[in-house]
Design a protein around this ligand. Structure first.
Ligand SMILES: Nc1ncnc2c1ncn2[C@@H]1O[C@H](COP(=O)(O)OP(=O)(O)OP(=O)(O)O)[C@@H](O)[C@H]1O
Ligand SMILES: [Mg+2]
Length: 418
């Protein structure tokens, strides 16, 4: 965090206390919306309309909070060089269309006009599709946030002439509030925000642009911000290296059906366990819940699950120990053991691999990814291990075999988990 300097431009001299106050404020907003929604669902006179509205609010606010927490974690990982890109040929069109899709509802609510101009021939980047979407999603979210009703936001991608390696330039332009020239040179710094209340009214933590810049850099590119000053709109220009040749045609994924599964859900947070079980039961799966390690062992023996969703931070006997014991009980068979935790570091993965886990979800669980996992016809045999683990610390490739043999297990932090 930045130290206080008297000559610092607006928004740059943010102290720790001010940042924490802002963070608390940002977290309180979704909490109040969630409390109201719970009240709406609880009331005697709840109509169907209230129900739909409250459910919608809950989903949106969970998304908001998850995005905020993910952003904070991402920013700490990216500053420590711990984000590893999962690169593949990605069509720029699909990335920009997806990023626009993220902001479309917010822009529509403000009657803003969005436009996208792409080069005549398709452009492919050797990049991480999720991270590329995050980059342009953050910049577009700002364009939407910091432009008023009816403003225009344009996205234009064009091949840069004669660059080596070949590059594409993506320009995102808005005619919104603009950026103070004193703030502009610091705009990509962590936690830097305009101090103008009108610009802050929509919240945010001041990390979106830092993340965008670092992720562009990881892709071998660069990004700049331009603004004529307050009230003059803002333009962000990103340059990314592109693939010379179009990759072979898109691989179409076979359609998979979700089979009914026997799922044991273990979490000491009974609300989390029960709600996850209810959601899975709704999809036709058979579920069983356990709230402690010993209960999980008994349930594993009697219920014979195909898949165990296992919280790591159980009191007493933690998830690692439960997994280890289950793997030592051949009468249970070989269920797929999937960890669930609020933590997700390389060390956690190493420890989970050593304990016999097959996969690992960081909370809150991405239900789409879980659905995909459950629809795998041969989950324990055919899947890549830890396919859902989203984070890797360090840049060297993961050596799961040595992790399973316990070589990395000694370096694991021991701390209390949720
Ligand atoms: N398009 C824009 N127009 C005007 N000001 C902008 C624009 N984009 C960014 N800014 C300014 O830069 C600051 C930093 O942006 P950044 O995206 O890093 O943080 P944020 O939007 O405040 O919060 P979040 O962490 O949610 O993204 C913003 O607070 C805003 O003052
Ligand atoms: Mg932002």
């Amino acid at each position: 965090m930045r130290k206080h300097t008297n000559s610092a431009p607006p928004g740059v001299d943010r102290g720790k206390d001010e940042f924490l106050a802002m963070l608390a404020h940002e977290l309180r907003n979704p909490l109040s919306a969630l409390r109201n929604a719970a009240e709406l669902l609880d009331g005697e006179h709840t109509t169907e309309g209230d129900h739909a509205q409250a459910t919608h609010i809950i989903h949106r606010q969970i998304e908001n909070m998850s995005r905020m927490l993910d952003g904070l974690l991402d920013v700490s990982r990216v500053t420590e060089g711990k984000i590893e890109l999962r690169r593949a040929p990605v069509s720029l069109e699909s990335v920009l269309t997806a990023a626009l899709g993220l902001v479309r509802p917010a822009c529509a609510a403000q009657h803003q006009i969005l436009s996208l101009t792409l080069p005549k021939d398709p452009v492919y980047v050797n990049g991480d599709a999720t991270r590329l979407e995050q980059i342009f999603g953050n910049i577009l979210a700002n364009a939407c946030k910091y432009s008023g009703i009816g403003c225009s936001i344009s996205v234009r991608a064009e091949r840069a002439p004669d660059t080596e390696p070949p590059e594409v330039t993506i320009t995102i332009q808005d005619d919104g509030v603009g950026i103070d020239p004193k703030l502009l040179p610091h705009i990509f710094d962590l936690f830097v925000q305009s101090t103008r209340p009108s610009h802050r009214s929509q919240g945010g933590l001041g990390i979106g642009l830092t993340l965008a810049q670092r992720l562009v850099k990881l892709h071998g590119g660069r990004i700049e911000a331009h603004s004529g000053g307050l009230g003059q709109g803002t333009t962000f220009t990103a340059h990314l290296p592109v693939l010379r040749l179009a990759p072979p045609g898109p691989v179409t994924k076979p359609h998979v059906h979700e089979l009914p599964r026997r799922i044991l859900i273990v979490d000491d947070n009974t609300d989390s366990a029960r709600s996850l079980a209810m959601l899975q039961a709704r999809r036709g799966h058979q579920t069983c819940t356990a709230f402690t390690g010993p209960e999980a062992l008994t349930a594993a023996m009697t219920f014979k699950p195909e898949i165990i969703l296992l919280d790591i931070g159980l009191p007493g006997m933690d998830g690692f120990e439960v997994a280890g014991r289950i793997r030592a009980m051949p009468e249970i068979g070989r269920p797929l053991i999937v960890g669930m935790s609020g933590y997700g570091s390389r060390e956690d993965l190493a420890r989970a691999a050593a304990a016999g886990f097959d996969d690992y979800f960081v909370k809150p669980i991405d239900l789409g990814a879980l659905r995909k996992l459950l629809s795998d016809p041969f989950p324990s045999a055919a899947r890549a291990r830890f396919a859902n683990f989203p984070i890797t610390g360090g840049t060297e490739p993961l050596d799961l075999k040595s992790m399973v043999n316990g070589r990395h297990a000694g370096s694991v932090r021991h701390h209390s988990r949720d």
